[in-house]
Design a protein around this ligand. Structure first.
Ligand code: NAD
Length: 394
């Protein structure tokens, strides 16, 4: 089997799907590795390092002509999609629930789509493949550094001959993987940290990191399926944002990470809450997206300063800004998945397996993942079933 690493095409994407160490490992598992020239450059991983590890350095047309499996970090470009052949597989973080059109287009071309974002994360055998966790860890760490560099004061308590600086107050909203990493990082920088989440289970995780858990009188238990949060009702949302506003007004820095799978990120910091913050405060919105984010007025990949002097950073792709660490971790996740899916030198697709049922999105011209099939088809799919999207006859 030939697995190929493509150069990411999105302008701000600096990660690469495999690092040279993984090439050595995959080759010893009998998988030949092709790397598009320059694929690792922006993560400081030159072609020579891949060649030394035993990869063949090739140009993009060779990849699409000869590879069995294409390994990517994010979605392939329209140009790449047009070069993919029936029977080829693409493995990456392809966001099929937020971009079902791409999935349908790839299914129609007979491409097998495998997406790491569908992994059932609570299965212990899936943990080495958990790219959402590895990338959220990177993002949570970097969010704090971004906040600290935008903030006009120190994070720690500093007592010097020139006077005493009080520590920054940092609130983290959404304390899943990224939020907990943000809490740990902000604590290590010396800030006074608090956290809040709608999943009651997160309280102990927050306090065990030395932060305070924010208790709301309007608190609801919104634990959903698979350890994720469910979407709040309109009344719950209103009670939450109103009560949170009082806590937000007292913070120097707010970092938001809240997500609900397959839905637009919940709004946690309203316009009124931003207006109540002091000049010089900083908000980093990791939920920022084209659909809207956790913070009123945030814009993905942009930093805005409000009329009352609050800096809002729309931090939609922080892992790409720590490209070497993020690529190292992602490379371990995607190699583990590739090896898991390989038997006798070829991909062995079997969606009766729980891991595969989550990650295999299309196969043999059809959408085979239940959640994505439900999204793209008016009719709910039959049991074990599929949505037929009309495979192209090329
Ligand atoms: P996520 O990125 O989907 O969301 C981030 C956080 O936002 C979550 O903690 C969620 O509860 C919170 N959130 C959603 N709506 C909110 C709202 N209205 N107000 C406040 N907070 C809100 O979550 P994640 O980081 O991917 O983690 C999801 C879950 O998966 C967690 O329970 C985590 O512990 C679990 N997990 C388990 C494993 C494992 O068992 N190996 C691995 C990774 C994650």
């Amino acid at each position: 089997m030939k697995a190929a690493v493509v150069k990411e095409t999105s302008p701000d994407e600096r990660r690469v799907a495999l690092v040279p160490d993984a090439v050595t490992k995959l080759r010893s598992a009998g998988i030949e590795v092709l790397v598009e020239s320059g694929a690792g450059d922006r993560a400081w991983l030159p072609d020579a390092a891949y060649a030394d590890a035993g990869a063949s350095i090739v140009d993009a047309p060779d990849i699409y002509r000869t590879a069995d499996v294409i390994l990517t970090v994010t979605k392939p470009s329209a140009e790449a999609v047009s070069q993919l052949r029936p029977g080829q597989a693409v493995i990456g973080m392809l966001a099929p629930l937020t971009d079902p059109e791409l999935t349908v287009a790839l299914a129609a071309r007979g491409v097998t789509v495998i997406s790491l974002d569908g992994l059932p994360r609570t299965l212990s055998r899936a943990q080495p493949m958990d790219a959402l966790t590895s990338q959220s860890n990177v993002a949570g760490y970097k969010a704090v550094l971004v906040a600290a560099s935008e903030f006009g004061r120190f994070f720690p308590l500093l007592i010097t001959a020139a006077g005493t600086a009080r520590p920054a107050r940092v609130l983290v909203l959404g304390t899943g993987v990224a939020g907990l990493q943000a809490i740990g990082t902000a604590r290590r920088l010396g800030a006074v940290v608090s956290g809040y989440d709608v999943r009651p289970a997160s309280r102990d995780e927050v306090t065990s990191l030395g932060a305070t858990f924010v208790e709301l009188t309007s608190a609801v238990s919104a634990a959903g399926e698979g350890g994720y949060a469910r979407e709040l009702t309109a009344e719950e949302r209103q009670a939450q944002t109103e009560e949170l506003a009082g806590h937000i007004a007292r913070q120097d820095v707010v970092i938001t990470t809240a997500q609900v799978p397959g839905r637009r990120p919940p709004l946690l910091v309203t316009e009124d809450a931003v207006k109540a913050m002091a000049p010089g405060s900083v908000i980093v919105d990791m939920g920022a997206s084209a659909l809207g984010g956790n913070v009123s007025g945030s814009r993905p990949s942009e930093t805005v300063v409000t009329g009352n002097g609050v800096t809002i950073v729309g931090a939609d792709n922080l892992p790409a800004t720590v490209p070497t660490a993020a690529s190292n971790a992602y490379s371990r996740n995607i190699s583990a998945l590739l090896e898991y899916l390989t038997a006798d030198g070829a991909l062995a697709i079997d969606t009766s397996d729980e891991v595969q049922a989550g990650v295999v999105i299309t196969h043999d011209g059809r959408v085979v993942n239940q959640d994505v099939a439900r999204l793209v088809s008016a009719e709910p799919p039959s049991k074990g079933g599929v949505a037929d999207v009309g495979r192209a006859t090329d």
